[in-house]
Design a protein around this ligand. Structure first.
Ligand code: NAD
Length: 261
């Protein structure tokens, strides 16, 4: 039997879903390489994770995932940390700017593409190749429940997230013979800083208060509440676990039933 996977790279992980994922993988005993744009928040996240797992190798790299150089720096940081590539890769990034179709100009499409799709494709190309060569690995993309059902005011996400889920399905049968699984977690409304930003935007566009915008969103969730970051992280951790070794190419929607209502 192979030893358990230990080396995990979680991108965009100084807060929110990425940080919760890092916590969940740390609880499985994994060593971590994190990255984010905000150095202060990243240092705090790393310190918190180290405090919870003394002696564990946990590092952070400040970088912007929309830049190709960020991926090269992550490869170098992984080699410096482990002298080997990661065995687990969680592709997360900031969310694309909100806005309905008329509000999305060429620049917004390009920015959204670079953040939402290209950053993931680059991570998959570079780290996926190394995992396939090593003959083992777990990859998870974090997208959005917009892969299952478009959401009003999130045109870029509605259009580009499904492209990531499609890439996951394409790669799964190619990588399975080489011991690498790839799956996608698609969160709905989850309590993070991103959601507060989206609520403020939705309230502004509808001319209502943030409290009214929040009540409107909650009313559309059968579970009657927002998700917790740890609930999304648990889905990611499942795909990274020993138990999920025969599961690949799947999307798990974590949205309290909203995309089915
Ligand atoms: P968040 O804003 O709380 O955290 C985003 C994290 O990404 C931060 O650590 C930030 O530093 C990092 N980041 C942002 N842009 C980056 C970049 N260019 N390079 C490197 N790091 C970057 O967001 P969140 O709620 O945790 O969401 C994470 C992802 O999940 C986003 O893509 C978001 O759209 C998606 N999502 C979130 C929800 C939700 O309800 N929270 C729902 C569906 C999808």
């Amino acid at each position: 039997m192979r030893p358990p996977l230990r080396r995990a790279l979680v991108t965009a992980s100084s807060r929110g879903l990425g940080f919760a994922t890092a916590q969940a993988l740390s609880a499985q005993g994994m060593e971590l390489l994190l990255c984010a744009r905000d150095g202060m928040a990243l240092a705090e996240a790393v310190a918190q994770l180290r405090a919870a797992a003394p002696g564990r190798r946990i590092e952070g790299l400040v970088c912007d995932l929309t830049e190709a150089a960020c991926i090269e720096r992550l490869q170098e940081a992984a080699l410096a940390l482990w002298s080997a590539p990661p065995q687990v890769l969680v592709c997360n990034a900031g969310g694309p700017a909100p806005g309905g179709f008329e509000a999305v100009d060429d620049a917004a499409w390009r920015t959204g593409f670079e953040l939402t799709f290209l950053s993931t494709a680059r991570l998959l190309r570079h780290f996926g190749a190394a995992m396939c060569e090593a003959g083992e690995g777990r990859v998870v993309t974090i997208t959005s429940s917009t892969v299952a059902r478009p959401m009003s005011g999130l045109t870029v996400s509605n259009a580009l997230r499904p492209a990531v889920a499609a890439l996951v399905r394409e790669l799964a049968p190619q990588w399975a013979p080489r011991g690498v699984t790839i799956n996608n977690v698609a969160p709905g409304f989850t309590a993070t800083a991103r959601v507060e930003q989206l609520l403020a935007d939705a309230a502004g566009r509808a001319g209502v208060s943030v409290a009214e915008a929040r009540a409107g969103r909650l009313a559309a969730i059968p579970a009657g509440r927002m998700g917790e970051p740890a609930e999304v992280a648990a889905a990611v951790a499942y795909f990274c676990s020993e138990a999920a070794g025969y599961v690949t190419g799947q999307t798990l929607v974590v949205d309290g039933g909203a995309s089915l209502a």
